[in-house]
Write a protein of this length. Structure first.
Length: 182
């Protein structure tokens, strides 16, 4: 006669521990993936500026007068690169919103000032320079040369697989962290 298996009480996990583990794992995985994504997109954006890979740059070339002035001063003849300060100050940075929420930005820090052709600071933040060039200025005779918005559209397309990767990585890490919870 065979023995009957002993009855085992069902294991009921500690719900608070479960929530904490899920939150921690999801935050770690998402933060790492989004930071990596932001850095890759920053590099791609800077590369596109260097390669002049925006339709608006072709549609609104430099005026002959401004191009001649840049040449006379020994500045880079490409759009948005005269001294390299603008593209060099495009950074990836993060802001901690709460214990489990972080926002990653690609752009200029709010207080970073523009510089003139001699490298001297001017009292105009780079984010405003970007806005002026993005939308144009009739008053300053600057045509619109959108480059942030077009790249943001490209970023949105690249983000879909990142989101899927985050979801799969979270599930994988949770399975390791909480065996038996499948």
């Amino acid at each position: 006669m065979s023995k009957m298996p002993r009855y085992q009480r069902p294991h009921i996990p500690d719900f608070n521990k479960l929530v904490q583990t899920v939150s921690t794992v999801a935050n770690e995985v998402a933060s790492t993936a989004v930071q990596s994504f932001a850095e890759q997109e920053r590099e791609a954006f800077v590369r596109r500026i260097e390669q002049q890979d925006f339709q608006s740059f072709d549609a609104a070339p430099l005026t002959p007068r401004y191009a001649a002035w840049k040449a006379k001063k020994g500045l880079d003849p490409r759009i948005m690169i005269a001294t390299g300060w603008y593209k060099g100050k495009i950074e990836t940075f993060k802001r901690k919103n709460s214990k489990l929420s972080t926002t990653f930005h690609v752009g200029f820090k709010a207080r970073t000032l523009a510089r003139d052709e001699k490298g001297q600071r001017v009292p105009f933040p780079l984010w405003k320079v970007a806005r002026v060039h993005e939308k144009g200025s009739v008053k300053m005779h600057i045509p619109a040369r959108p480059h942030w918005r077009p790249h943001l559209k490209t970023m949105a397309m690249h983000a879909a697989p990142v989101r899927t990767g985050i979801r799969l990585a979270v599930i994988k890490r949770l399975r390791k962290a909480m065996p038996g919870m499948n």
